[in-house]
Design a protein around this ligand. Structure first.
Ligand code: G6P
Length: 364
């Protein structure tokens, strides 16, 4: 991949289109079929150390923080280690307890974001073990951490992150699988996740082939003054990232909420001028998500669902291919990158350089 835009009108479009190859690169050479696990050469964490990890704390900013939220869920699910993600700047300023049994993971596309770097330096000063999950090879965060995973997304130029986000989430899946397989994830589950990972590039291509339909939907919803994004558990960070993407690139105000929280306040906002994007995976929360859509419909809200099958309650559904439930968040965000892109295009925005934003914030 190069900096040459080729036939694409923007870097954002180019980078969205490159995701199948990017994910393939993140997997290449890392899968170990013999032991149903993955090799992460740069991790610098031996099996004994990994078994001693009692918590995982992931730190990042913006889109990388959202990748970390999905990552934390993957690590909890697959490795059964309590995990969470926090914005690096919040972490820095609240004098956190630095615990020797916690594994810290700093996640950053550029590897230069000041808030993340400062958090890493503070952690190191206090003796913590910090890994990096970084795109730019040899960047400051890659150098300051004890080891880590390069996400191999290739150069990302557009200010808003797309392919790097996807590769970060894939890299978290690799980390979760690796930690799981030296703790108590079964061979069968390891195999299941590996097979799921291998299916991703083809499924991403399938999603991207649906662009013409997503473009039409973007044109239909581009008149919204504000949009609500909802999801539950695995779908919630997907909703947050999709809402951020829309805000950044189209300047349409958007809110992201867990679907379960609608009734505790945001339902008051629902009316035809405030459409909802609902993340509705075919998992054990499907019925709950359907109920939330019903509540929105009852208040005359328009609904665009991202789901594994057509949703009766929604006005429109973007159907995405199904993978393993733990890996579905990787795929469900991709059509919403295209939705944000085509909304911004319809509204004539400066897609690669949204106002007031920088690709990497290297100052406080
Ligand atoms: C900036 C960019 C975001 C990005 C964030 C973190 O705010 O506009 O797109 O997610 O920085 O950047 P990083 O390079 O650390 O991932």
């Amino acid at each position: 991949e190069s900096y040459d835009m080729g036939a694409h009108d923007t870097y954002m479009h180019k980078e969205i289109s490159e995701q199948a190859d990017a994910v393939d690169r993140a997997l290449r050479g890392r899968i170990d079929d013999r032991f149903s696990t993955v090799h992460l050469g740069g991790l610098n964490l031996d099996a004994r150390e990994a078994r001693g990890v009692r918590r995982v704390k992931i730190l990042g900013c913006g889109t990388s923080y959202h990748a970390g939220q999905i990552g934390a869920q993957m690590i909890e699910e697959l490795a059964r280690i309590p995990s969470d993600a926090e914005p690096a700047s919040e972490f820095r300023y609240r004098n956190p307890v630095v615990d020797p049994d916690t594994l810290y993971v700093a996640v950053s596309q550029s590897g230069e974001t000041y808030d993340v770097l400062a958090a890493v330096q503070e952690l190191k000063r206090k003796g913590a073990r910090v890994l990096g999950l970084v795109n730019v090879v040899g960047s400051a965060i890659a150098r300051e951490t004890d080891g880590g995973i390069y996400v191999h997304a290739g150069p990302e130029v557009c200010v808003v992150s797309t392919k790097c986000f996807t590769n970060m989430v894939v890299s978290f899946a690799l980390l979760a699988l690796h930690l799981g397989r030296i703790r108590d994830l079964s061979v069968a589950d390891g195999k299941r996740i590996i097979e799921g990972l291998r299916r991703l590039p083809e499924q991403i291509t399938e999603i991207l082939e649906n662009e013409a339909e997503i473009k039409k939907l973007a044109e239909l919803y581009a008149d919204a003054k504000s949009m609500m994004f909802i999801g539950r558990v695995r779908g919630y960070p997907v909703a947050r990232e999709a809402s951020l993407k829309l805000k950044e690139v189209s300047y349409i105000h958007a809110e992201a909420y867990p679907a379960s929280e609608l009734k505790h306040g945001p339902l008051a906002l629902i009316e035809p001028a405030m459409p909802t994007v609902a993340i509705v995976p075919d998992d054990d929360l499907l019925e709950k998500n359907r109920a939330a859509m019903e509540e929105i419909k009852a208040r005359s809200g328009r609904i665009l669902a991202v789901a594994h099958a057509e949703q009766e309650k929604a006005d429109h559904t973007i159907v995405v291919p199904k993978n393993e439930p733990e890996l579905d968040p990787i795929l469900m965000g991709i059509p919403l990158q295209l939705l944000a892109y085509h909304t911004a295009l319809t509204l004539g925005r400066d897609i690669d350089k949204p106002r007031n934003l920088a690709k990497s914030v290297t100052v406080e």
